[in-house]
Design a protein around this ligand. Structure first.
Ligand SMILES: N[C@@H](CCC(=O)N[C@@H](CS)C(=O)NCC(=O)O)C(=O)O
Length: 80
């Protein structure tokens, strides 16, 4: 499964999601910092339809809302 988290460092909602990722010890998620990479920001807007972060791309499909992302992460533990 391809997982990418669109985020930036100072966003408190992103911090919540990242805390969950770290608590699970996951290594299967690539971070896409939209403040550091203009291409990533454009991709988020074009694919997701808005620039809100955090957004988790799950096999290319965007999932917004930190609570929903955390719930998804809990339901889908890292496979290794
Ligand atoms: N309810 C959302 C709130 C996310 C949110 O407000 N993110 C801010 C950054 S901290 C944002 O993306 N603002 C810009 C925008 O909405 O385009 C969540 O829990 O994920």
């Amino acid at each position: 499964m391809d997982l990418k988290l669109y985020m930036f460092d100072t966003c408190p909602y992103c911090r919540r999601v990242i805390s969950e990722i770290e608590a699970q010890g996951r290594t299967d998620i690539e971070y896409k910092n939209i403040r550091k990479n203009e291409e990533d920001r454009k991709t988020l807007e074009e694919v997701g339809g808005k620039s809100q972060i955090p957004c988790l791309f799950i096999d290319g499909k965007p999932l917004y809302e930190s609570a929903d992302i955390i719930a998804w992460l809990k339901e889908h533990p890292c496979e290794g």
